[in-house]
Design a protein. Sequence first.
Length: 239
Amino acid sequence: MVKWLAMLLCVVSMTGCAINLPFNNRLDYSRVSEAKRLASPKTTPVALEWVPVTFPTRIDIQGASGFVGGGSNTRIPTGVALSNRILEALDVSVGIDPASKHLLEMNILNAETKFEYSAGMSNITPGIDYGWCSLDIEFDYDGSVWSEKFVSEEKDPTIGASSQTALLDKVWDNIALQVAKNVNTKVAELPRQENYRESEQYRRKKVERLQKIAAEETEKARLKKEAEEAFARAARGRY
């Protein structure tokens, strides 16, 4: 009975509230060491570009997937956490150099994080005992394109969660290492194109991407305008 009351209090107190957790946005040292071991003489440093360019600053406001905290507004730094870890893993394995003649573009098709709060934690310091992340990326290395999906899941078997954020930090670490392994393998196999960023192929892709972004923004503006007009009509109908 006491356990269920504690769970109920936790649910009520976390519904609709803003929660900021102390996430670590750096790759764990042990994973940095694993990434270093991926380094190969067959690879050369690359310049890295994110698509969209805002992904490294992305923070999602979302509720938990489980019973506790489903209505909470938890700040989950999906883009920040993943981009920082991936950048660090690639830097120590392939090498990141903004001046490199070889370009690696990472087009983020989908990035999603899910988590569950532990029912055994008090509402003052909510802890996460389940974490999951899925990351879909279209890579482009000097004009050679491939796509991959990376997934990681971690559970804490202890009651009450042993840490507030360790599960999601570990999940993001796993994803970063998966990405580094994939990129190292591909870059070692694929042909290199000198001065790719000065090629007509790259310029054409840039134009197409900008046109796509413009079309998406136009569509968003159209839908927003339609929604505002519908709301205004409904408001007039009430009075």
